[in-house]
Design a protein around this ligand. Structure first.
Ligand SMILES: Cc1cc2nc3c(=O)[nH]c(=O)nc-3n(C[C@H](O)[C@H](O)[C@H](O)COP(=O)(O)O)c2cc1C
Length: 173
């Protein structure tokens, strides 16, 4: 995995993602570490164009690009199943982003948790209703996945801010 070339992609080719690749991505999420091995996460894979267009309305801002993505994976956590629920969901989500990048796909995190839909409902409720998920699940995010139709520059060594790292005592670089 090359962390320098991973970038958030918001424009995708109108091309489906192969089932084998989707399975590889899901495997990364299903095997991701969770607090006390509680495995509270569930995933909803959405590849129906009309449903994707509806889901794109789940946020007031920041999700308009979603209407044209070929694939969305909703990352949900079962409330009460883990004391580290949001961390568990986040790790699973990022594991999918890393695996997708390794497979030559682009991704973007679309935040859902603690966001509001234009109709006043929470974005979580909006998503749960559209996919028929029970409300025992919190919805952390959607991961948009597809073949990139935009070029983003890779990170360079200049982007790596070593000032964020201390050794042994805070501030020791
Ligand atoms: C917790 C989290 C929430 C994010 N929410 C959104 C979002 O709602 N919409 C979006 O387009 N990008 C979202 N992003 C992507 C970030 O904007 C992106 O990672 C950041 O600008 C750095 O760009 P890069 O991923 O290309 O390195 C989110 C990323 C994270 C980690």
């Amino acid at each position: 995995m090359n962390f320098m070339t991973r970038r958030s992609i918001r424009k995708y080719k109108d091309m489906p993602v192969e089932k084998e690749k989707i399975d590889e991505i899901l495997k990364a999420a299903l095997l991701a570490p969770t607090g006390r091995n509680s495995r509270p996460c569930e995933f909803v894979v959405v590849d129906e164009k009309n449903l994707i267009k509806e889901i794109a309305g789940l946020r007031e801002h920041g999700s308009t690009f979603v209407k044209d993505v070929p694939l969305l994976i909703g990352v949900m956590g079962e409330i009460g199943k883990s004391t580290t629920l949001l961390a568990d969901c986040s790790i699973a989500a990022f594991a999918m982003q890393v695996k997708a990048h390794e497979l030559g796909l682009g991704t973007c995190w679309v935040h859902v948790n603690e966001r509001t839909a234009p109709d006043g409902r929470t974005s979580e409720e909006f998503f749960r209703n559209l996919v028929g998920a029970p409300d025992k699940f919190t919805v952390m995010c959607l991961i948009a996945v597809g073949y990139p139709d935009e070029e983003k520059p890779a990170y360079t060594e200049k982007d790596v801010n070593w000032d964020k790292v201390s050794y042994n005592k805070y501030g020791n670089r």
